[in-house]
Design a protein around this ligand. Structure first.
Ligand code: FMN
Length: 360
């Protein structure tokens, strides 16, 4: 099944492999994407990744959360992104832009001295206390996301993925731990997902009905029922589908929950696919394709995820940093990824594997 095609809305994807969004630390400081990012994505396309999802791209300078992160907050980025999508489209791979606002995990700078979030809940991992957003700021942020979707469309991306995971702004809206609002943007699942529904409604006015809008969502904040977790994540996924999301990638973790997103030491099949149960719960309920990310390392487990109804697609980040040609190797009979999940690839000098088959 891994090498069967799949359609997401009207988008035909040649196989079930997704390159999960991976920040590369390769953009200019103002967010302009560089030719080095194009080199990386073209290489992934050459090696037959079905769907490449870009590193997280900030929709407003106030939402930047890492040095050398790529931006999508201005029309001037359309030119360089168009060059990148053209390079990928020489191959059969599809490419999506992941769009984000850092929210309570954004960088604090002289220009943006306070982070913003649905509610003023201190991030105990960074010590930052965000300001609760005003209604005006929420509406402006919806506009920022919608314009970002429009720019992605204009740049030739095949889809966008809203980053509703890992503690960034949209994921802090869906979580009852970080969203304590009592107005129409907080409380019920409908209220906590309203910002996403509004982004999609506004984006549709700019890009029409056909452009695929996907989401990577947290199924868990990572500290049990103190925050977002099962079974409520299923209701969130259903609300996202109703809002017009056409594919969901299931992930988890926010900054203060520790090492939840990219777990270390995945060295046995039982440790792989650590969000599998969340994905299966969601997939049983929604009618759109589900992607599973997190610790997928062996071909056998990836096949089991598809055959066992956990997911429709398998999504990989760290294994493709180590081996960008992994999909081709799987096709040729290799059984296991070489990635040791050491997290040495979080490298501000440009993403790379420390054990290195390759430096970008
Ligand atoms: C270097 C690095 C950068 C990442 N950047 C992003 C990102 O920009 N957006 C995102 O949603 N996840 C990001 N992630 C998380 C991965 O997409 C993925 O969810 C996580 O690493 C688990 O999958 P894996 O075991 O295949 O690495 C990043 C992970 C790594 C290792």
């Amino acid at each position: 099944m891994l090498f069967e095609s799949i359609d997401i809305k009207n988008l035909h994807i040649p196989n079930r492999f997704v390159r999960s969004a991976t920040h590369e630390w390769l953009a200019e400081e103002d967010g302009t994407p560089t030719p080095a990012i194009g080199d990386l994505y073209e290489e992934l396309a050459k090696y037959e990744i079905g769907l490449i999802i870009s590193g997280y791209s900030y929709v407003n300078p106030s939402g930047k959360s890492s040095p050398r992160q790529q931006g999508i907050y201005d029309d001037r980025f359309i030119g360089p992104y168009s060059t990148i999508t053209e390079r990928v489209h020489k191959y059969t791979s599809k490419i999506a832009l992941q769009v984000v606002h850092g929210g309570r995990q954004a960088l604090v700078t002289p220009e943006y001295p306070r982070t913003m979030a649905p509610s003023a809940v201190k991030d105990t991992s960074s010590g930052k206390l965000p300001k609760a957003m005003t209604e005006e700021q929420i509406l402006a942020t919806i506009e920022d996301f919608a314009r970002a979707v429009h720019r992605a469309h204009a740049s030739g991306f095949d889809a966008v993925q809203l980053h509703v995971a890992h503690g960034f702004l949209l994921s802090s809206f869906i979580s009852p731990y970080t969203n304590r609002r009592t107005d129409e943007w907080g409380g019920s699942v409908e209220n906590r997902t309203r910002i996403i529904a509004e982004i999609i409604r506004c984006a549709r006015e700019l890009v029409g009905e056909d452009f695929p809008i996907m989401a990577k969502m947290n199924a868990t904040d990572g500290f049990g029922d103190k925050g977002l977790d099962a079974p409520e994540c299923v209701e969130i996924a259903v609300a996202l589908e109703r809002a017009g999301v056409c594919a969901i990638e299931v992930s988890g973790g926010i900054s203060e929950a520790g090492e939840v997103v990219s777990r270390r030491g995945i060295n046995a099949p039982g440790k792989e696919a650590y969000f599998r149960d969340y994905a299966r719960m969601i997939r049983r309920t929604v009618g759109i394709p589900v992607m599973l990310v997190g610790g997928l390392r062996s071909r056998a487990v990836m096949e089991e995820m598809l055959a066992g109804g956990y997911a429709d697609m398998v999504s990989l980040s760290r294994p493709l940093i180590r081996e960008p040609d992994l999909v081709v190797k799987f096709r040729e009979g290799v059984q296991d990824a070489e990635c040791t999940s050491c997290n040495g690839c979080f490298d501000e000098d440009g993403v790379r594997c420390k054990h290195g088959s390759r430096a970008v």
